[in-house]
Design a protein around this ligand. Structure first.
Ligand SMILES: [Zn+2]
Ligand SMILES: [Zn+2]
Length: 353
């Protein structure tokens, strides 16, 4: 996701919804090269005041302090003292650490009710377990992707750093149990980028989390790493969102600037994936591994981006393989092994049905 040089913590922006809601966009530095936003939302519904925080930041580095600064600035702008202790609810868009990691800081300082979609519940409540399980699946995936033993160990070590960033917390409710609604807030389940991803609509404003971003195509990983992720679910969720909220005038993402033409952005993201799928097919006219495909698509990348690029390539290969467009060139290697082995995929000629 893009870095934003003009970005400075404490620079808040406000938005008004069509039916009297006030939204304050608070910028945070979530990781050294990742910036994002949380949203403070003030709205009355059936004579009830809602003081809602959408997402929490990562809890890493200056993220919590940026949140506190943002709330102070918001209080000045709104002429009303709003702190963590005034929040009524915390709504998490999806179970990625840059969106919920701040909970370890916020929970002891707030009595707000915490909600997330059922399919990402474990990310918050059984965090350590999930990291361990995903690390194992990731290890197998990296073998199959053709990553060397040494590189694989480095990548898994990098992934395991996540374990130290958060401790599990209790969740008060899931969106499914609430009928995908909380007062004036409506949730729509959009699996793909994350299994339990939701977008949240308040009046004429949509909070899109990482499902739709203004500049970057949201990250995809193969579904074999986590059920209800993968490119198939993601592309379906773009269509579901367009039917649900295609005419919405303002979409506020978890990163990057607001989107004012949602259908235009959705079709740009769809085209990018179609183009990437064609690129993968063309490259696999000769048999290649996921690692080689990742290098072909994204060139030389470093650090955590290596893992992200492998997952992105893996998600596209999984999508094509599932549709019978790809075959496995080294099937004999797999037959002779009970452990995961490197897989070479190739583009099969079109089958006449
Ligand atoms: Zn995410
Ligand atoms: Zn994010």
């Amino acid at each position: 996701m893009s870095s934003r040089p003009e970005f400075s913590p404490g620079t808040v922006k406000t938005f008004q919804t069509s039916a009297g809601g006030t939204i304050v966009q608070i910028p945070l530095q979530e990781f050294p090269i990742l910036w994002g936003y949380v949203y403070l939302v003030l709205v009355e519904h059936d004579s009830q005041p809602y003081r809602v925080l959408i997402d929490t930041g990562s809890g890493f580095g200056d993220s919590n302090q940026n949140l506190e600064t943002g709330l102070q600035v918001a209080s000045q702008v709104l002429g009303e003292q709003i702190g963590l202790d005034s929040l009524t609810h915390i709504l998490i868009t999806h179970g990625h650490i840059d969106h919920f990691g701040g909970l370890n800081y916020i929970r002891p300082r707030s009595s707000a009710q915490l909600g997330i979609h059922e399919l990402d519940l474990r990310n918050l409540t059984n965090y350590e377990e999930r990291i361990t399980i995903v690390a194992r699946l990731l290890g197998d995936f990296l073998v199959e992707a053709g990553v060397s033993d040494e590189r694989r160990k480095q990548l898994i070590d990098l992934y395991m750093i996540n374990k130290s960033l958060y401790r599990s917390v209790k969740v008060d409710f899931t969106y499914e149990a609430m009928g995908m609604r909380l007062g004036p807030f409506e949730m729509l389940h959009v699996p793909g980028h994350c299994a339990g991803h939701v977008v949240i609509r308040l009046h004429d404003v949509l909070f899109s989390g990482d499902h739709v971003l203004n500049q970057t195509s949201p990250h995809q990983a193969p579904e074999k790493l986590t059920l209800s992720t993968g490119l198939e679910h993601y592309l379906q969720s773009l269509d579901i969102l367009e039917r649900w909220a295609g005419d919405i005038p303002l979409t506020l993402g978890g990163h990057e600037s607001p989107i004012t033409n949602l259908p235009g952005r959705l079709s740009a993201i769809r085209s990018l994936h179609q183009q990437r799928l064609s690129q993968v097919l063309a490259f696999l006219n000769e048999p290649h591994t996921i690692s080689e495909t990742s290098h072909h698509l994204f060139g030389e990348v470093h650090g955590y981006n290596v893992l992200l690029a492998l997952e992105e390539a893996g998600a596209h290969i999984e999508y094509l393989y599932q549709r019978g467009k790809l075959g496995i060139a080294n099937l004999a290697d797999i037959e002779d092994n009970h452990r995961p082995v490197l897989i070479r995929y190739y583009h099969m000629p079109a089958v006449q049905l």
